[in-house]
Design a protein around this ligand. Structure first.
Ligand code: HEM
Length: 230
């Protein structure tokens, strides 16, 4: 099959979506690990980590950022096209099955992927405006470096309980999105032997729970230990 024919085929789009999704999972995992620096009582830890990323290895990070934005953009674009084709293929309301289970594994997560994805994309724009492109407060670290106090921006944001609730609701939706997306990506890539699928489905659920719990925990912890006390 020619490359362009493959790219336009429904299988091609699903495979691209799966690869981009798995790349995003890797980014989100690294992002969670980095954000754990917010748990340190010394704000220099998080600020220096962020400064290291944005300044010390700025060139590499710029390339990584462009790639991450492209991954999000094309993952979402392919998802819209695949979903649109599915809707077009079923113009008249077809018989609704609550949970087909079995081989098709139709679940509430699988049927709402486009909606959870849309919410995550909208949330991501707000997230970037608040943190990455948020107010740049500068401060001097203990060893005399004048750098951005991103820690103050993040902890200030999570001093508002509504922001914590907003984040945590979206983080739960992210976990639900991943709980289906993770194993479904392997299925799209053709790695779908019954034993492997059983393993990867279990692993995907566990992974989504751990990742989701980590992201839910950070705003709550910040609110309870620093933010709420402001
Ligand atoms: C508790 C949850 C989260 C916190 C506290 C958090 C915090 C942050 C902060 C502070 C930045 C700015 C980094 C900088 O400018 O140096 C950032 C950037 C970013 N975050 Fe998050 N984040 C969270 C969850 C997520 C999730 C779940 C995603 C993806 C689904 C995400 C995607 C991004 C992206 C794409 C960037 C821009 C990265 C870059 O340009 O280097 N974040 N986040």
């Amino acid at each position: 099959m020619r490359f362009s024919t493959f790219s336009y085929s429904s299988l091609g789009k699903k495979i691209y979506m799966a690869i981009l999704g798995l790349l995003l999972v890797s980014f989100v995992t690294v992002h969670l690990i980095g954000n754990l620096a917010l748990l340190s009582p010394d704000k220099d830890t998080f600020n220096k980590y962020s400064h290291f990323l944005t300044h010390d290895i700025g060139g590499i990070i710029l390339v990584a950022e462009i790639l991450i934005f492209a991954f999000f953009f094309f993952h979402f674009l392919y998802a819209l096209v695949v979903q649109w084709n599915n809707w077009k293929a079923r113009p008249i309301g077809y018989k609704k099955v609550k949970n087909a289970g079995g081989a098709s594994k139709k679940t509430i997560m699988s049927t709402t992927m486009i909606y959870t994805g849309l919410i995550i994309i909208i949330w991501l724009v707000i997230h970037l405006l608040n943190f990455k492109y948020g107010e740049e407060v500068m401060y001097t670290t203990k060893d005399g470096m004048l750098i951005r106090d991103l820690y103050a921006t993040v902890t200030g944001y999570f001093s508002n309980i509504w922001n914590v609730i907003f984040y945590d609701v979206v983080m739960i939706l992210l976990a639900l999105h991943l709980s289906h997306g993770f194993w479904s990506a392997f299925q799209s890539l053709g790695l779908n032997g019954p034993r492997f699928m059983k393993f990867i489905r279990g692993f995907g659920y566990l992974y989504a729970i751990v990742l989701g719990a980590g992201f839910v925990f950070i705003p709550v912890w910040v609110y309870l230990t620093i933010g709420g006390a402001r």
